[in-house]
Write a new protein. Structure first.
Length: 313
């Protein structure tokens, strides 16, 4: 298959100018919104527009991978910039949460390459007379470059550049610059996901008295937010305790049984959740009942170094 596919980590930049610098400038002009997280959706749209105008392609797009199985893949056409409305594809019914069967060998090879984090560069006319060539010709694509978007070592989606007018070849510099753009996109996606989870937690906290805790059992440190310990505070703060200070907060009658239960949870290879009711001393000196609910976080197989605690009155 006449597709130039390669490991992005092995791309070697050369002393080139012009388009490579234009792409870098385009990325930097859009980077602030994506890095700060303010208006990240607009930031991605702006980035795609800058990339499109700097490279002169017909269309810049992002597909999100929603689900992938052995025989099919579900994707969504999430973002697009187009140089002319005749090149617009976003919003078309067949690109909205669309399912593609993994039956064509060319397509399977393409998906596997993207899962490995590899780029693909091709000129449609140079492809063999098979499924992929026909598929691209139907869309009027003369050349294409795709860069996978990787989040947490998983293929989240694809950044693509289509040219419907020219047979483009891409230099190592340009590919490296576009990979940098995919990093900014990944960062924006992760930040937005984190913000959404924080908003969910804040909504939950508005309905019940709760705080979030994190224990590093290897080093013996506990971090927690202040809602339960200091319920009268108007501003939520983050507090740090060493292991002894933390134990002193637990009612004497509950320390040993709680520690035994917690130790069993931390050393277990099977248990992933932990629930326990105990009394804890607030900063006012008064004890209150709390329910602790934990999810373990393992950094290495069979080794739990810390757990996150969600506690509420």
């Amino acid at each position: 298959m006449a597709i130039n596919t390669g490991d992005l980590n092995k791309c070697i930049a050369k002393d080139e100018t012009s388009l490579g610098n234009d792409v870098l400038t385009a990325i930097l002009q859009s980077a602030e919104d994506l890095v700060t997280g303010e208006g990240w959706l607009d930031g991605i749209n702006t980035l795609l527009a800058e990339l499109g105008m700097s490279t002169g392609v017909s269309r810049v797009w992002i597909f999100q991978t929603l689900d992938i199985q052995t025989d099919f893949i579900i994707q969504d056409y999430a973002f697009e910039w187009f140089s002319h409305k005749k090149y617009k594809q976003i919003g078309l019914p067949h690109f909205n949460h669309f399912t593609s069967q993994l039956v064509e060998p060319e397509y399977i090879d393409l998906m596997e390459s993207r899962k490995r984090g590899e780029y693909q560069s091709l000129i449609t006319a140079h492809l063999p007379d098979a499924w992929l060539k026909s598929h691209l010709e139907e869309q009027g694509i003369k050349s294409m470059l795709t860069i996978p978007i990787i989040i947490d070592n998983q293929w989240w989606g694809t950044l693509g550049l289509d040219d419907c007018e020219r047979e483009c070849t891409w230099s190592a510099n340009e590919i490296i610059m576009l990979r940098t753009a995919s990093y900014f996109i990944s960062s924006a996606i992760v930040r937005d996901d984190y913000r959404a989870k924080q908003n969910q937690l804040e909504i939950l906290k508005e309905n019940i008295a709760c705080s979030s805790w994190e224990l590093d059992s290897r080093r013996g440190y506990l971090w927690c937010t202040s809602e339960v310990l200091n319920p009268d505070d108007n501003v939520v703060s983050r507090k740090l305790f060493n292991f002894k200070q933390w134990l002193e907060r637990i009612h004497p009658d509950h320390r040993r049984p709680f520690l035994e239960m917690a130790k069993g949870f931390l050393t277990s290879s099977d248990e992933t959740t932990f629930h326990y009711d105990l009394k804890i001393r607030r900063s006012t000196g008064q004890y209150c009942w709390i329910e602790i609910s934990c999810n373990s976080i393992k950094t290495e197989p069979e080794e739990t170094t810390r757990f996150q605690v969600f506690s509420g009155i």
